[in-house]
Structure formats: C-alpha cells, structure tokens
Ligand binder design. Sequence first.
Ligand SMILES: [Zn+2]
Length: 142
Amino acid sequence: MYVTTHLFAGAFIGAVLQNPVLAGIGGFCSHALLDAIPHHDYQRPIPAAVDIGLSLAALFMLNKSAGSLAFTKNPALIGGFMATLPDIEVGLSFLAGPKRRWRLIYPSHSGLLTHGKMAFPMGFLLQLAIVLLAAMGIHYVL
Ligand SMILES: [Zn+2]
C-alpha cells in the first residue's frame, strides 16, 4: 500500500486515540491491517517519489496543525509517522534491487501475513478513498 495511505490512516488512529504511546502502537500495527486489504503497489521510481513527497508534505502539515506542541504531544503526527515506518525496509529493498541480501521483517512484507493485491485503477481508487476518509476523520476529531 502507498506510504501516503498508511500515513493518513495512522494519523487518524492517533487523532482518535489522543495518547502518544497508543498512537504509535496503533499506527505501527495499522500498517499490517491495511496491507491485508487488496491494493495497488507501484514498482517504479517516479510514483515512489510522488508518494514520498506527498507523505512528507502531510507530515509537515500534521506538525503545523499542532501549533507549538512538541512531536511527543502530537498523537496524529506520531500515529502517521509510525504507520509509515515499516515501509522504510521496502524502500531500502527497492534501492538494493536484486542485490538485496537481507530478509524483510515486517509481517506483511515478510510473507507472515497476507499482502493483498488489486490492479490499477481500482487498487489506486480504494487507497484514495481511504486517504479522503481518514483526512475527513482527522478534521472531524481534531
Ligand atoms: Zn507496507
């Protein structure tokens, strides 16, 4: 699933929970639940760059939305950040290509848990719907 989708879902969970520790745990665990939903994954660098750019912009906006609050007092930001963390190993694996010599460890990346697949455009539209619902939820809760 796209990094942006994980980020918005994790931020929504954090906004609902309103506790930094639970937000981090909830965001991190939500990654596996979302990966189980059939979805589209890109395989090329340009969509990856767009996805990472959107995610960084969303993190910046979440940080700004909390005003002067520190990172540790912004559950939406923590939930969003922790939801994206497992995809760092996917990005590193993408960069390493066939030369990769390590195993992916997050359960939905290692094969321990289901990683659903859905072709473009439906797999994209589903994630767009998740992002929009999460954004509306964050707006409603905060
Ligand atoms: Zn993932």
